[in-house]
Design a protein around this ligand. Structure first.
Ligand SMILES: NC(=O)c1ccc[n+]([C@@H]2O[C@H](COP(=O)([O-])OP(=O)(O)OC[C@H]3O[C@@H](n4cnc5c(N)ncnc54)[C@H](O)[C@@H]3O)[C@@H](O)[C@H]2O)c1
Length: 247
């Protein structure tokens, strides 16, 4: 168990990829907080029945009050915060359309969750990590930002911002022993995904490793960045996409 006695918060951990992060961090010994606007109780129960410890909290990452409450409740329950996975995002609900059809309101909604969310969560956990003189913040970007994938400009811009946030936060938090890194997944296949067939085929052809990407493919990078193995790694973005984007 590589994360024994560590405490991890996974935002957007109630379903799909975030739920898998929560379960696998718990399997490595971490006590896990699932912070989501959706109900994360089922994931927490599953972790509990496997012998782990988890707490599900209702959190809107775009609201500072919620992120401060999340930090407080995590510390009250588990006493510390070692790992923050900024995974929550508006993604699945986005309708792909040309940039000139994206409304200013939708742009603001995506930015509020996908950019302001990671900022607010990092800001909220910082005092605790600073006190501990250690911490791991893992931000979830996307290869769409590196490829310039068309037809959801607000999402692509938000995932590019995540890389900038990662780099600048790494420099600001380094003196307190806090590592800040990002993961850029490729197109992942899970039960909630409904990517157009042509898009999936295009991605598949462009990959060095010619198979679909599964949520499980991200776990090695998550555990590495959460564990002491990466203690001298910060400000980096690890692309996990089967060798499509060579970054
Ligand atoms: N699926 C892919 O192909 C893919 C590829 C690259 C990156 N990603 C990124 O991986 C992450 C997970 O994606 P997913 O496919 O599991 O999508 P998803 O939509 O199932 O997961 C997003 C999670 O964030 C939560 N969330 C949304 N708004 C929130 C808010 N305001 N506050 C708190 N929680 C909120 C959702 O409820 C959900 O649980 C996202 O950051 C996504 O951008 C996904």
């Amino acid at each position: 168990m590589r994360l024994k006695d560590k405490v991890a918060i996974v935002t957007g951990g109630a379903r799909h990829i975030g739920a898998l992060y929560a379960k696998r961090l718990a399997a490595e010994g971490a006590r896990v907080v699932i912070a989501d606007i959706l109900n994360g109780e089922e994931v927490a129960r599953e972790i509990g029945s496997g012998g782990g410890e988890a707490l599900a909290l209702k959190v809107d990452v775009s609201k500072e009050k919620d992120t401060l409450q999340m930090t407080q409740e995590t510390v009250d329950k588990f006493g510390r915060i070692d790992i923050l996975v900024n995974n929550a995002a508006i993604f699945l609900g986005i309708k792909r359309r040309p940039f000139y059809e994206i409304s200013a309101e939708e742009w603001d909604q995506v930015s509020a969750v996908n950019i302001k969310g990671p900022f607010l969560c990092a800001k909220a956990v910082f005092p605790q990590m600073k006190k501990q003189l250690s911490g791991k913040i893992i931000n979830i970007s996307s290869t769409t930002a590196l490829q310039g994938t068309p037809l959801f400009l607000h999402y692509v811009a938000s995932k590019a911002a995540v890389i900038g946030i990662t780099r600048a936060l790494a420099r600001e938090m380094g003196e307190y022993g806090i590592c800040v890194n990002a993961i850029a997944p490729g197109l992942i296949h899970h039960e909630g995904m409904n990517a157009p067939k042509e898009f999936t085929e295009f991605q598949l052809k462009a990959r060095s490793l010619r198979r679909l990407e599964a949520p499980e493919d991200l776990i090695g990078a998550i555990i590495y960045l959460a564990s002491p193995d990466s203690d001298f790694v910060t400000g980096q973005t690890i692309v996990v996409d089967g060798g499509n984007v060579l970054y």
